[in-house]
Write a protein that binds this ligand. Structure first.
Ligand code: SAM
Length: 264
């Protein structure tokens, strides 16, 4: 049993480091740590603004438990909007869908979709080999490795034309200059290659959307995560790439978060 005074000291240490959710973070640490010394070490790491997911080594996403290291972007709750969008648009739960997730990172989106569609198979692509190693571990951890393959690649290069039922991506979309203004947890600890979307954050979509159109079968669907202020620009890029039925979905905070479309 940990006494209240000690708990209050840990919370004060976290708060003075600028951590708003100090009590919640401490609760997670207390659940994970074996003893007081381990709590002390974890609180000190957190007070230096290391992300909680790196300290704990995992993060829940959708219904899954995902391993997280500094090699992958920590999956965000907002990204569950992308999973929900796909589930709403493709209602045939038992279809043998062929899915690919471009920039799969921890494997979060692909594995969440595979967990919902028992006959779907999927490919997770990333330019980072160290990220893919984590994604593979996550597939095994969540008993989805028999339906998930992973390969190194530069977006959709090498993927056959007209081969997919669903193409999803949460690409890097933060404008380079904005990166420097983000919290230290993101700025100093998360992989830059997972975040940096070039001068105005749209660079990747210009390459990716025409590529997603190319690799989808006719009647196939795409869904991409976007930044809160990018909806108009990305819907226009999706239209230019040839997509029909372009729609915008908002996250739980009401912000524009996902653009989806259909290849006619
Ligand atoms: C914003 S993260 C998304 C990770 C994960 N899909 C998620 O939603 O949590 C973007 C991912 O794109 C990958 N990436 C960056 N450039 C890439 C490229 N040229 N080709 C493929 N993947 C790339 C990064 O390594 C990173 O894993």
């Amino acid at each position: 049993m940990i006494d209240a005074a000690r708990k209050a000291r840990w919370i004060a240490q976290l708060k003075s480091a600028g951590i708003d959710e100090a009590a919640l973070d401490l609760r997670h640490i207390l659940l994970a740590a074996a003893d007081d010394t381990a709590v002390d070490t974890m609180v000190t790491r957190r007070a230096s603004r290391e992300p909680l997911s790196h300290i704990l080594g995992d993060k829940p996403f959708w219904t899954l438990d995902l391993k997280v290291t500094p090699d992958v972007l920590t999956p965000r709750a907002d990204t569950e909007t992308l999973v929900e969008t796909c589930l709403k648009q493709i209602s045939s739960r038992n279809a043998a869908l062929r899915i690919a997730d471009f920039g799969t990172g921890s494997g979060a989106i692909l594995l969440a979709l595979l967990s919902e569609w028992p006959n779907a198979t999927g490919l997770g692509i990333d330019i980072s080999e160290s990220a893919l190693a984590i994604a593979m571990e996550n597939a095994v951890r969540n008993r989805l490795s028999d339906r998930a393959d992973f390969q190194t690649g530069n977006w959709a290069e090498g993927i056959s034309d007209n081969s997919l039922d669903l193409a999803v991506s949460n690409p890097p979309y933060i404008a380079s200059a904005v990166l420097e203004t983000l919290d230290p947890e993101v700025r100093e600890y998360e992989p830059r290659i997972a975040l940096d979307g070039g001068a105005n954050g749209l660079d990747i979509y210009r390459i990716l959307l025409p590529e997603l159109f190319r690799v989808l079968k006719s009647g196939g669907r795409m869904a991409v995560e976007i930044g809160y202020d990018q909806a108009e620009a990305i819907m226009a890029l999706a239209e230019k790439a040839g997509f029909a039925g372009i729609a915008l979905a908002r996250d739980l905070g009401g912000q524009p978060r996902v653009v989806s479309g259909l290849k006619p």
